[in-house]
Design a binder for this molecule. Structure first.
Ligand SMILES: [Zn+2]
Length: 248
């Protein structure tokens, strides 16, 4: 009797493992914003040391950091991705994404994406990467892709703009960043916004919240409504690991 139970438990255990490996993975799309060397000023910033420990964890535990084209291929059911896959994204193009985050990513040989706001190219706001910074980034950090976060629509209600205005903004942005991947400003979009992106040849559109949409990306997700996880805030390491592993 006892033996029968052991055989049954072993069967359930190995069947579970088999199913786990056959099913496509859920992908954690990590989202960061600004970085600071030491003192945090708001909840969209993370300390250099915290970020370093997080990246070191990914490296040490053999996570594969994806490129945007990997996500595109995965959603088209053309590519298999390892269970331990993550996409690292950094929004807005803060200057410290170049000065603090990029060297750490390079040190650990990890890929990442910056979703850049095009109008900052003029250098008027020195908190953000300008045209020269983008060139430096591309030369010194080929592990970091630059994709679009709109040209001049980075304000909370921008998603309500007319389809015509959104299309004009996309045309501006295409002159700066040619990659067909996009993160909606403030994560917000409408059907018209998504249709404009699609019409302009974009392949992926990433959201950012609200809270219930902070979940992992699945193979069945709409390519123009891809969820991301907020990792912008400085959190203890146990919380980072828990969120990375357990968040559905
Ligand atoms: Zn943003």
């Amino acid at each position: 009797m006892k033996r029968r139970w052991i055989i049954l438990l072993l069967f359930v255990f190995f069947f579970g493992i088999g199913v786990y490996y056959i099913l496509p993975p859920k992908i954690a799309v990590l989202t960061y914003h600004d970085f600071v060397e030491d003192t945090i000023e708001n909840n969209m910033q993370i300390r250099e040391e915290t970020f370093r420990r997080q990246m070191s964890f990914l490296k040490k535990h053999h996570y594969r950091t994806l490129k945007l084209k990997d996500i595109d291929c995965f959603l088209k059911h053309k590519c298999r991705l390892p269970k331990k896959s993550v996409l690292i994204t950094m929004d807005d193009g803060w200057k410290r994404e170049l000065t603090i985050a990029a060297p750490i990513l390079k040190e650990y040989d990890l890929d990442a994406v910056i979703f850049y706001v095009g109008k900052n190219e003029d250098g008027e706001n020195e908190n953000f990467l300008n045209k020269e910074d983008l060139e430096t980034l591309q030369e010194d950090y080929p592990n970091i892709e630059i994709a679009s976060h709109s040209y001049n629509l980075h304000y909370p209600e921008a998603y309500l703009s007319s389809k015509n205005d959104i299309t004009k903004d996309i045309h501006h942005m295409k002159k700066i960043i040619k990659k067909p991947y996009y993160a909606y400003p403030y994560g917000k979009s409408t059907k018209e916004y998504r249709s404009a992106l699609k019409k302009e040849g974009y392949k992926l559109g990433f959201t950012f919240g609200p809270d219930k949409e902070h979940r992992k990306l699945t193979i069945d997700d709409n390519p123009f409504l891809l969820p991301r996880l907020n990792f912008s805030t400085d959190v203890p390491m146990w919380k980072f690991i828990l969120r990375l592993i357990w968040l559905s």
